[in-house]
Design a protein around this ligand. Structure first.
Ligand code: PLP
Length: 266
């Protein structure tokens, strides 16, 4: 049986994040990966020099080509840089959920700012993400800044993440994994919190110092996508994905003068 997972994301010329990291992760963990490229980025370890969304025609055709012949069990979404792409994708996801014999599980890892601090998406994109895309998402994987942008909730050290998650669920997504790895909540601990409104799980692991973190969001979301495609329960998928990411972080290294990327085992 096939375990097709699509990544709908941007190409990263430095290969540590985006489509390149997603496909490596699918391969490592055993999914059959396909890709829909939303944007091509020119970047190195120091900065993002240029982001160019593909044409709407090319975006739609990639989705159609795959949907007609290779429908996905799980769809993982990363960088969406154009408002039009978000609208098209929200419509297509609604159609897949209504018409495919097996409803795809859809994971969205929001990307608006690169790890180098560079803006990646059109300014007005968040409004259409909130109103049109979130209702199609089964698992949203924001970091603290993205939680603030999408829900208006600022996460506070030592306080529960539940109100922010409940707000995001009320906006339409099925479940939320808040990634605490980027966020100095508790010293020395990387804390991730997941809930679907009924069940919840908090995952802690040591915060790894002096590691290169480019590609962590993409890798974690792609590892969850793969484990979901392999039919793990979501709580188990989260644990396996976090373990895979931590191994990648331990082996991460710099290839240029700037920060390096999570390693994939290949
Ligand atoms: N997707 C693309 C194409 C990127 O260039 C980046 C970051 O530069 C990301 C996603 C997000 O990367 P991360 O996994 O570090 O959040």
């Amino acid at each position: 049986m096939n375990n097709i997972v699509w990544t709908i994301a941007g190409s990263d010329s430095s290969a540590g994040a985006g489509i390149q990291a997603d496909l490596c992760t699918f391969h490592d963990l055993g999914a059959d990966g396909c890709s829909v490229i939303t944007a091509v980025t020119a970047q190195n370890s120091q900065a993002v020099q240029l982001v160019e969304s593909v044409s709407e025609k090319m975006f739609i055709q990639q989705l159609t080509s795959l949907a007609e012949d290779m429908p996905a069990k799980v769809i993982k979404i990363g960088l969406l840089a154009s408002v039009e792409h978000v609208k098209i994708l929200a419509q297509q996801l609604a159609l897949y959920k209504q018409t495919w014999s097996r409803k795809p599980f859809v994971i969205y890892d929001p990307v608006s700012v690169a790890s180098t601090g560079d803006e990646m998406a059109e300014e007005s994109i968040n409004e259409v993400i909130k109103t049109q895309l979130l209702p199609q998402i089964d698992l949203l994987t924001p970091n603290a800044n993205e939680v603030l942008t999408l829900s208006g909730h600022a996460l506070i050290s030592g306080e529960s993440f539940k109100p922010a998650v409940d707000k995001l669920i009320s906006m339409g997504c099925g479940s939320v994994l808040i990634k605490g790895g980027h966020f100095e909540l508790v010293d020395d601990i990387a804390l991730d919190y997941w809930s679907n409104g009924k069940r919840e799980i908090a995952l802690t692991s040591p915060r790894l110092d002096n590691v290169h973190t480019h590609g962590t969001g993409c890798t974690l979301a792609s590892a969850i996508a793969t484990t979901m495609a392999l039919d793990y329960f979501i709580e188990d998928a989260l644990v396996i994905a976090k373990a895979y990411l931590n191994q990648g972080l331990k082996a991460s290294k710099a290839l240029g003068a700037g920060e390096g990327s999570v390693a994939h085992c290949g």
